[in-house]
Design a binder for this molecule. Structure first.
Ligand SMILES: *[C@@H]1O[C@H](CO)[C@@H](O)[C@H](O)[C@H]1NC(C)=O
Ligand SMILES: *[C@@H]1O[C@H](CO)[C@@H](O)[C@H](O)[C@H]1NC(C)=O
Ligand SMILES: *[C@@H]1O[C@H](CO)[C@@H](O)[C@H](O)[C@H]1NC(C)=O
Ligand SMILES: *[C@@H]1O[C@H](CO)[C@@H](O)[C@H](O)[C@H]1NC(C)=O
Ligand SMILES: *[C@@H]1O[C@H](CO)[C@@H](O)[C@H](O)[C@H]1NC(C)=O
Ligand SMILES: *[C@@H]1O[C@H](CO)[C@@H](O)[C@H](O)[C@H]1NC(C)=O
Ligand SMILES: *[C@@H]1O[C@H](CO)[C@@H](O)[C@H](O)[C@H]1NC(C)=O
Ligand SMILES: *[C@@H]1O[C@H](CO)[C@@H](O)[C@H](O)[C@H]1NC(C)=O
Ligand SMILES: *[C@@H]1O[C@H](CO)[C@@H](O)[C@H](O)[C@H]1NC(C)=O
Ligand SMILES: *[C@@H]1O[C@H](CO)[C@@H](O)[C@H](O)[C@H]1NC(C)=O
Ligand SMILES: *[C@@H]1O[C@H](CO)[C@@H](O)[C@H](O)[C@H]1NC(C)=O
Ligand SMILES: *[C@@H]1O[C@H](CO)[C@@H](O)[C@H](O)[C@H]1NC(C)=O
Length: 647
């Protein structure tokens, strides 16, 4: 056995050495690369000033008396899954983010998704966005690509080059699902654009539905069918209204009903209204009752504000520094959810999940200094928890290309993928942490505690799992290095007893403004061009002794921070990661052939597979045990060496 371990370590060393070799940026290229690749919005280094410390500030010591059982709580949410926060991926960036085709899957993507799967049981991802609305199928593309952009097409009235895809797109998605438990939403499909040709209203382009159902099977969650502003403005006369949308939805259902290649007919998602129409305008057409057998979920899309002016000159200019404080208090999430409370109640009554299908900090790419900051991450987490409390069943953070500020993750542009690793935006942590807030049992219910006199800077939530108080979430939005705005929450369990101790995971950075040095339970994914999807550093879960006699647990929360308090032991997160960037660079693409991963026994069905919780660290700090399966390392590395020798 010992010999085996030595062998493994030796081979691991060889592989590690090759990181240096293949990861080197050739001399002379460095400055050119940084000049071209770091100016893009996704790597923007703007750091805003944190808002002033409020005066008067919130109380720095307050008590939360929280019922031990869900039966004593009013306004508790419906059951929420750990998959609550997913990602909405702009179709045009799939090649960069997912891989060129089904033979090549991006390893950092698998790791980033696996982190969430390990906490939530699965990950929900939507492919869609504006560039998808005019997407259409072609039998083949150059160089074996799964996706490409169409050349300018006079048939396309928006003159936006359409995304074109082959059957292999679905194999790519399916292959990703074979490594990590990813469930997919496809859409949105504009009713108009899926007709062939664009000016023909008699036929629908149903291939995308046919192929996704055929290839993805149970991994397809639903197909989003929507309208869009472009559609209304360019293709429809002014009488296009919610009733016209509902009627066309009906036409699509009829077309699907007649299509024997579409076996699943109850997974449509609509109306995805995002502004000009309220959801009520669509409900009032009888949409839900009329199409109830075909609707898998109801949906909306919404961004709190926009940053369109700098790019398109439309709307008005919003100064990021001025906007920043709007994201840094509890009012934001509440105000964003309030317009949908009627609809979430209507959805519940109809037995349909209600989804925020696309959101992020601001449309048109977000704001420099806000969208990618620690404060932006606190905001997104609070907003997500507020949506869950408001009885949304899921929300998807939008992911665009290099040219947006709000990405949870960004792949390097293909032409520099040999030299750079990925970049994670602070809101990735929001999705990851929300997965831990809700966990894997599908029974979590959340309530906004509104303690500390409902102070807007110190929101708190309680989460019940299987009916019992399981976790408490505590925010501090204030940045105050003096320590004067740190607070201590005293948790007391009403109708029960405080546990002997609680475990606390902190989400920390020095300021709401920072974009680097962000840690979750002591670990970080790294900063710009440093991310391979694995956590770095030693896991730090803080154990706090409670006073069982007094029924109190005192939890300190620095300014700024988020703290997740586990009343029972925090679950052991042992993410099976896909290793690593090494061979991707060796292969000359930031990818690993799927076939290699597929045949590397142990990489499939990763459930509970032990692997390092952090790159370069084999210690699982919470339990002090070695968590690397050396046999697994050996198998992977062996496959890897075979692969390297082939190049
Ligand atoms: C960040 O983006 C803003 C807005 O596009 C731009 O004005 C600024 O120069 C960029 N800053 C850096 C450091 O990239
Ligand atoms: C969420 O749904 C539950 C169960 O129907 C209800 O009691 C609660 O009031 C709803 N929450 C909100 C914020 O509307
Ligand atoms: C993926 O691309 C590679 C390289 O261009 C090509 O050799 C391979 O056949 C493609 N795979 C598929 C499934 O099309
Ligand atoms: C990946 O997709 C290809 C189709 O291009 C298929 O042959 C292969 O079996 C898939 N691999 C996995 C692991 O699903
Ligand atoms: C659609 O447009 C094409 C090309 O402009 C034209 O030839 C065709 O007649 C149009 N079809 C309809 C139904 O209007
Ligand atoms: C406007 O479009 C609707 C369908 O959305 C159609 O029924 C109506 O006839 C059109 N009106 C005109 C004036 O073209
Ligand atoms: C909720 O929506 C329904 C359906 O549109 C509408 O009839 C009702 O007036 C709305 N209720 C509130 C309180 O907005
Ligand atoms: C809190 O956020 C709301 C909504 O984003 C904003 O309108 C308000 O001005 C903010 N309050 C403070 C004190 O910054
Ligand atoms: C990568 O591609 C971009 C866009 O085409 C270009 O501006 C940049 O110079 C390229 N970088 C390198 C190192 O080739
Ligand atoms: C949670 O729900 C998902 C389906 O959304 C299901 O696959 C999973 O098995 C459920 N987990 C538990 C613990 O019941
Ligand atoms: C309390 O939790 C249990 C178990 O998850 C659930 O069955 C029950 O419906 C919940 N009760 C309320 C009032 O939410
Ligand atoms: C990183 O953050 C930690 C606490 O969040 C702080 O102690 C440390 O000084 C920071 N490091 C840098 C380099 O800013």
């Amino acid at each position: 056995m010992l010999l085996f371990v030595f062998w493994s370590l030796w081979i691991l060393d060889v592989a590690t050495a090759s990181i240096t070799v293949y990861g080197q940026i050739p001399m002379g290229v460095t400055s050119a690369l940084s000049a071209t690749a770091t100016v893009a919005a996704a790597y923007n280094t703007t750091v805003l000033n944190p808002p002033e410390v409020p005066d008067p500030g919130p109380a720095t010591s307050f008590t939360l008396s929280i019922p031990s059982a869900n039966t004593s709580v009013t306004k508790l949410s419906i059951p929420i899954k750990g998959t609550f926060y997913g990602f909405s991926v702009e179709m045009s960036v799939i090649t960069q983010l997912f891989g060129k085709n089904s033979s090549y899957v991006q390893v950092p993507l698998l790791n980033l998704l696996a982190n969430i799967q390990e906490r939530a049981g699965a990950v929900h991802v939507r492919i869609g966005g504006n560039t998808q609305e005019y997407a259409y199928y072609v039998p083949t593309l150059d160089e074996g690509r799964a996706i490409s952009k169409e050349k300018a097409d006079t048939q396309n009235p928006t003159e936006t080059p359409a995304v074109i895809y082959t059957m292999d797109l679905f194999y790519l998605l399916s292959n990703i699902s074979s490594f990590v438990n990813v469930k997919w939403y496809i859409g949105k499909f504009e009713l108009f654009s899926i007709r062939v040709p664009f000016n023909d209203t008699s036929d629908f382009r149903l291939q995308i539905v046919e192929y996704s159902e055929a290839v993805l099977g149970d991994n397809l969650l639903g197909v989003q069918v929507g309208k869009s502003l472009i559609y209304i403005h360019s293709h429809r006369n002014s009488s296009y209204n919610p009733q016209a949308y509902a009627d066309e939805f009906g036409e699509l259902i009829a077309a699907l009903a007649a299509d024997s290649n579409v076996p699943v007919k109850n997974n449509l998602i609509g109306p995805s209204v995002s502004g000009t129409w309220t959801p009520e305008m669509v409900w009032d057409t009888g949409f839900i009752s009329e199409y109830t057998t075909n609707l898998g979920a109801l949906s909306v899309e919404h961004y709190p504000t926009d940053n369109c002016f700098p790019i398109y000159g439309i709307g008005s200019y919003h100064d990021p520094q001025t906007e920043f404080s709007d994201f840094l208090n509890h009012t934001s999430g509440i105000a964003l959810c309030e317009p949908y409370l009627n609809s979430t109640a209507i959805a519940q009554a109809a037995g349909k999940p209600f989804l925020m299908f696309e959101t992020n900090s601001a449309s048109c790419g977000g704001f420099p200094g806000i969208s990618d900051s620690f404060g932006g991450a606190l905001w997104a987490l609070d907003y997500g928890l507020q949506m869950a409390y408001s009885n949304f069943s899921g929300a998807m953070l939008h992911v665009g290309g290099q040219n947006v500020f709000y990405n949870p993750f960004t792949a390097p542009p293909t032409n520099v993928s040999k030299y750079y690793e990925w970049t994670v935006g602070a809101v990735y942590y929001s999705a990851l942490i929300s997965a831990e807030v809700f966990g894997k049992t599908n029974t979590s219910q959340i309530v906004d505690l509104l303690g500390n006199d409902a102070n807007i800077y110190t929101p708190q939530y309680a989460v019940y799992e299987n009916g019992a108080l399981a976790r408490v979430a505590l925010f501090n939005y204030i940045t105050d290095p003096s320590g004067a705005s740190d607070y201590t929450a005293t948790i007391t369990v009403s109708g029960g007893n405080a546990p002997a101790s609680v475990q606390v995971k902190y989400f920390l950075s020095d300021s709401v403004s920072t974009k680097t040095n962000i840690t979750w339970a002591g670990q970080t994914l790294g900063t710009i061009h440093e991310v391979d999807g694995r956590f770095k550093g030693t896991l730090d879960v803080v154990t706090i002794a409670c006073n069982t006699g007094a029924n109190t647990c005192l939890v300190p929360v620095p300014a700024p921070a988020f703290a997740l308090v586990f009343l029972a032991a925090a679950p052991d997160i042992t993410t099976a990661t896909f290793s690593t960037s090494t061979y991707t660079n060796a292969a000359g693409t930031a990818t690993v052939p799927a076939s290699v991963l597929a045949t590397s026994n142990g990489m499939l069905g990763m459930d509970e597979t032990l692997w390092s919780t952090s790159a370069g660290s084999t210690e699982n700090a919470a339990h002090g045990q070695l968590s690397v399966d050396f046999g697994l390392v050996f198998r992977v590395v062996a496959v890897l060496l075979v692969l390297l020798s082939g190049h």
